[in-house]
Design a protein around this ligand. Sequence first.
Ligand code: HEC
Length: 292
Amino acid sequence: MIKRAHFSALCLFLTLSGCQSASNNQSNSLTDSTVNVNADINGTVLAADSLTLDLAKLKVDGAFASPQTIRVADDPVFHSAKTYRALPLRALLEKYTTLKTLDPAQTQIVFECEDGYSPSMPLSMVLDKKAYLAVSDADAPTGQDWVVAKKNGETKKVAPFYVVYTDVPTTAHDYKWPYNLARISLVSAAKEFAAIYPHDDDTMVRGFGLFQRNCGICHALNGVGGQMGPELNYPKSVTEYWRSTADLKAFVKAPTSYRHNCKMPAVKYLSDNELDEIMWYLQYMAGHKVKG
Ligand code: HEC
């Protein structure tokens, strides 16, 4: 059983990354998914981990019919002031769940992007701010819902949905802005992390936090995490088939020096010490496999 105190501490570790979706042409299978709200006989919404909002489906159902116009002073994806048609995220979540019955600090909000990028953060962070689900770009040419964002010659597909804030500065790195968004889920932090939290070794908690923040957005361990990169623990941990952790570290710092045209971006902002903590955590996880 995971101690509550652990998860309060854990939440501090978590940051959220914007969905990276440069040159994303992937199709997605939105058509057959549904909005899952596990309601009991009286219609009350049960545990948080039962809620997934499929945004494309909600749009078809008319849930976004009356958006308001909001202005973001400094948009981190477009690098300019922007105007969106958007819905307050809190109101949207309140419509489909009994937010009052949830402990926002123990609940994770998970954003799933079309390309498999899957950042998450404590729900409390979102509820504390003026967060919006942008459903279209009010600055786009007439007849168009969105324009493609460009950065350093790369293009980013922002459609179909984008989470923005009107009161979070771009310097607040804990708040990231998922674009190219397909689904939003609320899950209990305990459930989300049960398979990857180092329950029996406190010295691994730092490595766990570092992994979550820097790698888990793209990689799963025991099936928990992003799908943009490969699963790294189950059935075989990367620490079991890579020759050494020195090689693994070197790969993480410069993937293309190992694999030509490697799709993983170089991780340049972690210190050697931090990478060691991640490696120790990965080795620890090799001894804690669970089928995800
Ligand atoms: C933006 C997404 C992204 C992030 C962030 C990311 N990776 Fe990756 N990673 C990938 C992708 C995509 C691949 C597959 C690369 C390929 O082979 O083209 C990959 C491959 C790998 C591999 C090789 C797997 C194998 O089976 O050989 C390892 C190891 C790895 N990543 C570790 C990490 C670690 C550790 C971090 C955090 C410090 C990290 N990655 C952060 C996307 C990411």
